[in-house]
Write a protein that binds this ligand. Structure first.
Ligand code: DGY
Length: 325
């Protein structure tokens, strides 16, 4: 079986594929045009797919009828038309669990950075404006005993909630499609309606899988209802928030601040006015960027391809329903 890996990944994954006797093709350069990418997809049976730039939609599947499986190098699969994949009996692999700690670490980092105004203070230092000790200046807020609201309490949200509770004794509320019984049992997390989540959270952190119908769910009408001391954290997908509305809410101090590891659009434009605000911390989608998580992702993606090549079910499958029909 011929496997196209569109970008270099940690060696562990490539070695696993080669040791399993698979033919692996990795292009010389990383920045493929859409046409280059498509032509490589046409020449191979399976894709180990890195990044969300290329979409696996109906057009793609029509153009590449030879593709038998796609192993995503991500937990998110919002760039895949799962319905279409199901109809064509194409299993889609993803990489859950191995990045939950790393991604929630970034959410936790952003929460603290924004609460203690790290970007603002770092800018001051860089501009030679350290300043005298001032009892009334550069004040952050403490998180002890405050309420963390999680939108989408799955594996990553659970890790974020656990850290916040251990470090700051935060109360956990959440809104999900389903109850998370483990979180209710172990973290005393309380299921609330979406409106209650918005109105009660001191920190609101998004950890859901992105679905098209949730596009810009977090917009002006939502920021309007949040507490003035609220911190908005998005480490999931930029598409969840309307960035202009978020800018307005931050600039007008309707909420305290925002920590973003994902932006809308992504990458963010260099001149996006949100970058000028002192109550914002923006990172370039580094949630899973640790040696441990990226090695784990390479391992899981390789396991998926190898399982397929042996005629087995994908062990980490984003569309397990594909095996029902
Ligand atoms: C994921 O795994 O979905 C991360 O966002 C990296 O793409």
């Amino acid at each position: 079986m011929k496997v196209f890996v569109n970008k270099r990944i940690p060696e562990i994954g490539i070695n696993m594929l080669k040791d399993a006797g698979l033919e692996v093709f990795i292009p010389e350069h990383d920045t493929l045009s859409h046409d280059e990418w498509l032509s490589y997809c046409k020449e191979n049976d399976a894709i180990l797919s890195v990044g969300g730039a290329f979409k696996y939609d109906q057009d793609f599947f029509n153009e590449c009828p030879n593709i038998k499986t796609i192993a995503l190098y991500s937990v998110g699969f919002d760039h895949v038309d799962i319905k279409e994949a199901n109809q064509r009996h194409i299993p889609i692999g993803n990489t859950p669990d191995v990045l939950s700690k790393a991604t929630s670490d970034v959410a936790f980092l952003l929460m603290q950075s924004v609460a203690r105004r790290a970007s603002f203070n770092f800018e001051k230092v860089k501009s030679g404006n350290w300043g005298d000790f001032d009892p009334l200046h550069a004040l952050g807020q403490e998180l002890y005993g405050k309420t963390l609201g999680i939108f989408g309490l799955g594996r990553i949200g659970f890790e974020m909630a656990k850290k916040a509770q251990k470090a700051f004794d935060m109360n956990i509320i959440y809104h999900n499609r389903h109850h998370n019984e483990e979180a209710e049992r172990e973290l005393n997390a309380k299921y609330v309606s979406f409106d209650e989540l918005i109105e009660q959270s001191d920190v609101l952190s998004i950890h859901a899988n992105f679905r098209p119908e949730q596009k810009e769910l977090f917009n002006a009408s939502i920021f309007e209802k949040m507490k003035p001391n609220a911190i908005f954290i998005n480490t999931a997908r930029g598409g969840f928030h309307n960035q202009k509305d978020l800018y307005d809410a931050l600039a007008e101090h309707k909420i305290w601040g925002a920590g973003l590891d994902v932006t809308n659009p992504e990458p963010i434009f260099k001149d996006d006015p949100i970058l000028e605000l002192s109550n914002v911390c923006v990172l370039p989608h580094i949630g899973s960027a640790t040696i441990e998580a990226r090695d784990g992702m390479a391992r899981l993606a390789a396991e998926n391809i190898i399982a397929y090549s042996k005629g087995d079910k994908l062990p980490h499958c984003a569309n397990p329903e594909v095996y029902n029909n």
